[in-house]
Design a protein around this ligand. Structure first.
Ligand code: ZN
Length: 427
């Protein structure tokens, strides 16, 4: 009798176990896990890394790459993601819920060239009590020759880095012809065209990226918000050996860009200042060689004043200046016929050369400042420097985008190849 009971009990237990097993198998079989696929595997390879328990389902990857540093970094990232996922979702109370948490990861890799590799890891997580998956993108860019990660500041000049981070993201993939930025899962693609103006040439040269001068402005025009107020500050008669640098420091502090209409003769004296102005992403325009009133010169003298200055600037910066500011704002039909460039005048005159006094300059500029204004200042006067500090701070605090003349005219929809004379960005 006792044995019979034992057999019976065994059968019952076995039965329950089998039924539970079938039920569990059925339950887990029903768990719908979205399919995540790799889109690009240009560097290294991946293998499935799967863990399946009552509490969770992990479907991620083992990554294999020739470069040990890259392989270890990616592996560390995935290991950490798994640990964190388990820490959050694997608790005894969650077992009662009979619902598993899910972690999915997939790797995309891009080989930019022999030295640069870019990696994207897409993660999808469904927490135990949540219905929806949350998707995140993480990116890694590596310099294989130095075994180090490439950061945004390695690619972009300081002043653009913060803007890019702000408006795009610090998550990006370098690819053969473009950079893809990820804002959550939204992608923005910027081609390398023209990027060199905003990048540290170091990295782009190192990577042998093909860059053409055309098409460009994509990136930078995207960084300017056309619906926000904007203003162009211009500095004439420089560069100056010390004042110009002080003004650059102020502009940099407020992430502001300005336009410097330089005299050829000063460009020749202070090439390093010219270089620094260009390196910091400001615009350089032509203010003639020796500051004559162009309307009093012959055609050939006018052309010489403009062309020599343009050439001197180009020799230093590599960029041909395009905008012209005629001294004293003096223009006539002869000047317009000789010079094909757009003439940039102003609608806010600081009279800084006359007053040499901050207390007079600042209110004159700010009293009825408006979206689209072009402000005239001179970086050759030391008294202008403290005025610039106050002006820029005010504009910054009042949500103006302080940008170059070309950026403003483009953002306002003007074509500087067809319109000839500008007093402001709203004419
Ligand atoms: Zn001048």
């Amino acid at each position: 009798m006792k044995n019979m009971f034992k057999v019976f009990l065994t059968i019952v237990i076995l039965g329950v176990a089998i039924i539970t097993g079938i039920a569990l198998a059925e339950y887990y079989g029903k768990l719908e896990v979205p399919e995540l696929r790799s889109q690009s595997m240009e560097y290294g390879s991946e293998d499935d890394r799967i863990e399946s328990t009552e509490l969770y389902e992990i479907r991620t990857k083992y990554y294999v790459a020739e470069n040990e540093f890259v392989r270890a970094s990616v592996r560390e990232f995935i290991d950490n993601a798994i640990s964190e996922f388990k820490r959050e979702n694997v608790t005894p109370e969650k077992l009662r819920d009979k619902e598993r948490a899910v972690l999915l990861q997939v790797i995309d890799t891009y080989s930019v060239n022999d030295n640069l590799v870019s990696i994207k890891i897409t993660s999808m997580i469904k927490k135990t009590f949540e219905e929806e998956y949350t998707t995140t993108v993480d990116t890694f860019n590596y310099d294989l020759t130095q075994n180090k990660e490439i950061k945004l500041e390695d690619i972009f000049k300081r002043e653009y880095k913060s803007k890019i981070e702000e408006q795009y993201s610090d998550k990006y993939n370098l690819r053969k012809n473009d950079i893809v930025f990820y804002n959550n899962t939204t992608e923005s693609t910027c081609t390398y065209n023209n990027l060199k103006e905003y990048t540290n040439s170091k990295i782009l040269t190192a990577s042998n990226l093909s860059i053409s001068d055309e098409e460009y402005n994509t990136l930078i025009s995207n960084l300017i918000d056309k619906n926000k107020k904007m203003i162009a500050i211009t500095f004439d008669d420089g560069p100056h050996k010390t004042n110009t640098q002080q003004i650059l420091n102020i502009l940099s502090k407020y992430n502001a860009k300005a336009t410097f209409f330089m005299l050829g003769q000063n460009v020749e004296y202070y090439p390093n200042v010219v270089k620094e102005v260009a390196n910091q992403g400001h615009e350089i325009g032509i203010h003639t060689w020796s500051h004559p009133q162009l309307t009093k010169l012959s055609e050939s003298e006018i052309a010489k004043e403009i062309n020599n200055t343009a050439q001197a600037i180009k020799n230093i910066t590599g960029v041909e200046p395009w905008l012209v500011r005629p001294p004293y704002g003096a223009l006539n039909s002869t000047v317009k016929s000789v010079v094909p460039n757009p003439f940039i005048l102003w609608n806010i005159d600081s009279l800084d050369w006359k007053s040499r006094d901050k207390e007079q300059i600042v209110p004159l500029v700010l009293n009825d400042v408006q979206d689209g204004d072009i402000i005239l200042l001179h970086d050759i006067h030391s008294t202008t420097v403290p005025a610039v500090e106050e002006i820029v701070k005010y504009l910054y605090d009042n949500d103006y985008q302080i940008i170059t003349v070309s950026q403003m005219l483009e953002a306002k929809g003007y074509d500087t190849t067809t319109t000839r004379v500008f007093y402001s960005g709203r004419q």
